[in-house]
Structures are given as C-alpha cells and as structure tokens.
Design a binder for this molecule. Structure first.
Ligand code: CMP
Length: 224
C-alpha cells in the first residue's frame, strides 16, 4: 500500500517525467515517506549519508556554516526538487545542511536503491543530471550576482526570485525574514534592513500587508 502510494508520488515528480514503470518500481521499493515540522535539520553538513530525498511539499534551505557559526544560504528548495544526491554519488561527507523552513513532506530513498537505480537506467541518470545541471545554472547566476552587483542589486535579485505574479503584479507572498536574505547575499541583517528601507522610500517596493510585498517594475533596473 505504502509502496504503491510512494510510486504514485514518484510518478508525479517532474524530474521523473518519461521514466518507465520498472525504474519507478525499483525506486519505490527503497523509499519511505517522511514528514517534518519547520526548523528540522534533514541532512547535516559533514555527516556521512544514507539517503536521497525528494521534496513533495513545503520548502527547505540549503545552508553551510563556518567554524564561527556564520551561515550562508546556498539555495531554497521547493516541491518537486531533490537533495542529498551529492554525497551518495561521490561518497564524500554531506556538502551542506538542509533545514526545513516550512512543514515538509519528503520521500527518502535509501542509498542502495538510489545507487541501483542509477546503475540500471540511463534515463534515471539523465533525470538526476538534469537536476544537477539546473542547480549549477542557479549557482552560476548567484556567483554572478555576488561578484558583480552591489547590495541593492543583490536584494532586488532575491526579492524577484521569491516573487510570483498575482493579478499582473509581482508580489512576494511568503515571509522572507531580513536575516535570511542577509544569509543569501553575504550581507549583514542591518545592511539588508537599510537597503529595504531605501527601496521602500524610493517606491521600488511597497509593503501591502503582513509579510506581503509588492515589487514595482522599476526594481528590474537594479539587475542591469
Ligand atoms: P549532499 O552533499 O549529499 O547533502 C547536502 C545537499 O545539499 C547536497 O547533497 C545537495 O543535494 C544539496 N546542495 C548542495 N549545494 C547546493 C546548491 N548550491 N544548490 C542546491 N542544493 C545544493
């Protein structure tokens, strides 16, 4: 029963579009469903790895920290994305921590099933490779932002990345704490607060309600 349910979830994952039943069957055989509340560490940087994860619902942050506890957020993952593949592929320790920022549902696939799946199917390998390539493109964009943009540009980039179109307008709907923005762009929380205030005073962003932010079109000027 759980096996069939897991297979149905796997079939709905965009990365597995076009993958055959027998491959999904193999993956489902080594899978369990897991639910975690907000703020839970799912994988920890530096640990050895046992599982590969697919995110069914909710969001999680990928984070690294230095010996003084300073943190940088590498990415925010959402439904349909996967993580935990790197250390299973190269047998090195976990490259980062993945921590839920909302209640999340996952499918966890054990190491043996993940490796067997890659060994048995070129289609599966390509599906995982496409995911890794997309992530590298995101990371390239981030390096460009950090190297070439000032803090206003970096904040504008994050706000646009987190926005969605609602009734023809760009809106940041979910809570996006300044501290978290700071960790994404390598700036202090105080600096992010100053920049956000500046953007508001100059009419680039408009707080419309609790945690909801309207982005004016001219905010794109910061990206050029
Ligand atoms: P792993 O190293 O096993 O554990 C941490 C996971 O975080 C890693 O596999 C990737 O799945 C994920 N990860 C690491 N770096 C990034 C990144 N830059 N963007 C998105 N996900 C990442």
């Amino acid at each position: 029963m759980a096996h069939d349910e897991n297979k149905a979830f796997l079939r709905r994952m965009p990365i597995f579009t076009g993958i055959g039943e027998s491959q999904l069957e193999m993956l489902a055989a080594g899978s369990v469903r897991r639910s975690f509340p907000r703020g839970r560490s799912i994988v920890a940087e530096g640990e050895t790895s046992q599982s590969f994860y697919l995110l069914l619902s909710g969001r999680a942050k990928v984070q690294r920290s230095d010996s003084e506890g300073k943190e940088v957020i590498l990415a925010i993952l959402g439904p349909g994305e996967f993580f935990g593949e790197m250390s299973l592929i190269d047998d090195a320790p976990r490259s980062a921590s993945v921590i839920t920022i909302e209640p999340c549902d996952f499918i966890a696939v054990n190491k043996e099933s993940f490796k067997a799946m890659l060994a048995s199917s070129t289609d599966m390998c390509l599906a995982i490779m496409r995911g890794i390539v997309r992530r590298l493109r995101e990371a390239d964009k981030k390096i460009e932002t950090l190297a070439l943009m000032d803090v206003y540009g970096r904040v504008a980039r994050v706000l646009l990345d987190f926005s969605e179109t609602v009734g023809g307008e760009r809106v940041v709907k979910g809570k996006l704490p300044r501290q978290e923005i700071a960790k994404m762009i390598g700036a202090s929380r105080e600096m992010v607060s100053r920049v956000m205030k500046g953007l508001e005073v100059d009419g680039f962003i408009v707080p419309v309600s609790e945690g909801r932010l309207l982005l004016r079109d001219k905010i794109n000027l910061y990206l050029n």
